[in-house]
Design a protein around this ligand. Sequence first.
Ligand SMILES: *Cc1c(COP(=O)(O)O)cnc(C)c1O
Length: 372
Amino acid sequence: MVDLKGQYEAIKEMVNSSVLEVLDSTAFINGPKVHEFQKNLEDYLGVKHVIPCANGTDALQIAMMGLGLKPGDEVITADFTFAATVEVIALLGLTPVLVDVEPDTFNIDIDAIKKAITPNTKAIVPVHLFGQCANMDAIMDIAKEHNLFVIEDNAQAIGATYTSKNGTKQKAGTIGHVASTSFFPSKNLGCYGDGGAIFTNDGDLAHAIRGIVNHGMYRRYYHDVVGVNSRLDSIQAVVLNTKLPKLDAYNKARQNAAEKYTNAFKGEENIVTPFINDSQSTHVFHQYTLKITNGKRDALVEHLNSKGIPCGVYYPVPLHSQKAYQDSRYNEADFTVTNQLIKEVISLPMHTELDDEQITFITNTVKQFING
Ligand SMILES: *Cc1c(COP(=O)(O)O)cnc(C)c1O
């Protein structure tokens, strides 16, 4: 699905020498390289505060802790996403409220959010799924009207650009009150281990979060709040410092591969290629996800596996049906889109090193099987 080796080969000398520098300096934790990365990412995103942390799941949890959400507060998020999003809501004793998504972008559905709001609702967590932003204009309007926080889960869309109704362009993850991202190796900006970050333009929130990531300390050995230990280490920071200047080129390579895939599938009746809502958001293709509409998705997965072509089903089970997240208040009729998507979606290999020969082989294999 990803070719981390090919990408590494192209930056090997720079990465290796910067990692050796860290080893020589022995500044493994909270060293100057982490600070340098924080500044670089703030500049890239055009956001006032970046707080690096240990992974994208922690980033979400810490963002919610920073906002002071309390047990019993309801947090609305998408039914069709990776479980980390709902997991941290539940872990903090908050009440997850899962809602359906849009059939074309796979992002959280605006009417479903409106329907789910109660007097206990405190926050909305849109996930910019597969690399394309959710409808942030509508989400920010709802949040304003109901006095809610918006936490963007930006683990899959770093580098995407969102265009507001009024024409303002902002990077994904800089529009809501706070956002989280992940630097897991396969993400669009991946390090060589675990890593994550929180972004916000709110100085008070940034201050609160800087203490929370460090055991609730704002002054050494004075613990003002209950915190966690969540740090990005210096070795990951130098890998990210090497890769961040290439992020736009990496995302462009993904977009080029996506365009080639989509062209190859033109005219295919049973294959729906990704919808790009480009007046609203660029798509940075964390995943290239098709819908197979003739009931052959599962058979296609088996066929591709037998031909040595990697593929993935993201996600095979809606979160509202997962044992850990069932809730008697849910009604199947409210999840018609997710319930359909889990049967139709398949993601093809997507990374920065895909070449034309691979794309042709993959698309021919898919088409032959679907029409066969
Ligand atoms: C990857 C991912 C996360 C979690 O990131 P980790 O760094 O693996 O903890 C959270 N949300 C979404 C949507 C993700 O894709």
